[in-house]
Design a protein around this ligand. Structure first.
Ligand SMILES: Cc1ncc(COP(=O)(O)O)c(C=O)c1O
Length: 400
């Protein structure tokens, strides 16, 4: 059969990563490639009880009917308060849209703004799946230089002038892939420069609540001078990714467009998931559950930092995040190509993600991302030992 697939499919080739992921299902592999919240942090018993209760009410049939695209009202109300904790002040439900995870928020922003050939600015490196979504809209992602405090604002300004982007996409707190957090000053500067040129910003914030050290920082949204920041967050990393619930907030004019786009995508987010999330929030379960999970994330991040120190070659420099799920590493002064080496590392029963997939232009071949949330400290030590030996051997061979 000769299929007439859309032109956009040409931009959506399966990545090498997907092939590697198939290998990772082998039980002997210790994988630092994923990005899942810790299994131990999933509140199965509470969700079971809440699901039973919300389905036991007299009008529970409503949860099995169609619902409003904008979202389930009790959840919208709860979300106003929830996002307010990070300085995302909204005047009411018109400023919000319940989304089926942050991933859908990115997609709806793209669907609302992008024509083929448009440009989106991103931090270099940035969230891999966002790059894939931009590709699916036949848009071009252009990387803005990263700096210690966040993104390089003069490079941002230059690239705004040069590329006239439709919007800027950033993950300012415990970024995926680097684990880095933008300073307040950097957020302020980004807000100022994007307002100056009338550029919308998509702030993607799945990780703010997974802070195990350092001081809380408010959203970039809270620094905005104009209503140009759309904020998205989701309950995936603090409650359950399987429920597929998140929220977008911003200028009602933009939110309205996103809601229209959502109608074509899934009509509305699963009502049962929304009701469970709303009730979980109403019972005040989220904050203590997150609080209880933080020592586990802290312990695993520390195990990763210690294992890196113990086993990785001196050419390896890495971030030391205060939260989130990822450590980012760069090999300096050697010829390590993490993309080429990944299949060989997997043969040693340990895996990472090559950093190049997080760069808009596919560069960064000397970088990698390590996820620490889904392995015990013992497994982290074992896996990093295997990777450390492998990289040290590779560098030694190269020097011969
Ligand atoms: C930065 C970022 N954005 C969005 C997502 C998508 O998550 P979800 O759709 O489950 O909210 C992820 C998941 O890892 C992520 O790291």
């Amino acid at each position: 059969m000769q299929y007439g697939f859309s032109d956009r499919m040409a931009y959506m080739n399966g990545t090498a990563t997907r092939e590697i992921f198939k290998l990772l299902s082998r039980p002997e592999i210790i994988s630092f490639a994923g990005g899942l919240p810790a299994t131990e942090a999933l509140p199965t018993a509470e969700v079971r009880e809440i699901a039973y209760e919300v389905l036991s009410k007299e009008d529970s049939y409503k949860l099995l009917q169609y619902g409003a695209t904008e979202g389930y009202v009790p959840l919208l109300k709860a979300c106003k308060e929830y996002i307010g904790e990070f300085g995302v002040d909204v005047s009411g439900p018109a400023d919000m849209l319940i989304i089926s995870g942050g991933q859908q928020g990115i997609d709806l922003m793209c669907k609302s703004f992008l024509n083929a050939g448009d440009t989106v600015l991103v931090e270099d490196p940035t969230y891999l799946a966002a790059l894939q979504i931009f590709n699916s809209y036949q848009a071009k992602a252009v990387g803005v230089k990263a700096c210690k405090d966040g993104i390089d604002v003069s490079d941002l300004e230059e690239k705004i002038k040069k590329h006239k982007p439709k919007f800027l996409y950033v993950v300012p707190t415990f970024s995926n892939p680097t684990g880095k957090t933008y300073t307040g000053g950097n957020r302020k500067d980004i807000a100022a420069v994007t307002a100056k040129y009338g550029i919308p910003v998509l702030e993607d914030d799945p990780y703010s609540r997974l802070r195990f050290s350092g001081k809380k920082i408010d959203s970039l949204y809270s620094y905005a001078y104009e209503k140009n920041v759309v904020y998205i967050t989701s309950f995936s990393k603090v409650l359950s990714p399987g429920l597929r619930v998140g929220v977008a907030a911003g200028d009602p004019e933009v939110i309205r467009k996103m809601a229209i786009c959502k109608q074509g995508t899934d009509l509305h987010t699963c009502l049962l998931s929304q009701a469970v999330t709303a009730e979980y929030l109403a019972r005040g379960l989220l904050a203590p559950a997150v609080q209880n999970s933080l020592p586990l994330y802290r312990e695993r991040k520390q195990a990763m930092a210690e294992a890196i120190k113990k086993y990785m070659p001196e050419e390896f420099e890495h971030t030391d995040p205060d939260g989130g799920l990822f450590v980012w590493g760069v090999f300096k002064g050697c010829g390590i190509d993490t993309e080429k080496l990944l299949p060989h590392a997997v043969k040693r029963n340990a895996a990472y993600i090559q950093g190049s997939v997080f760069y808009a232009d596919g560069s960064g071949r000397n970088t990698l991302r390590l996820n620490y949330s889904n392995a015990t400290p013992g497994k982290i030590d074992e896996g990093m030992k295997a990777l450390g030996i492998f990289f040290k051997e590779t560098i030694a061979k190269e020097k011969k």
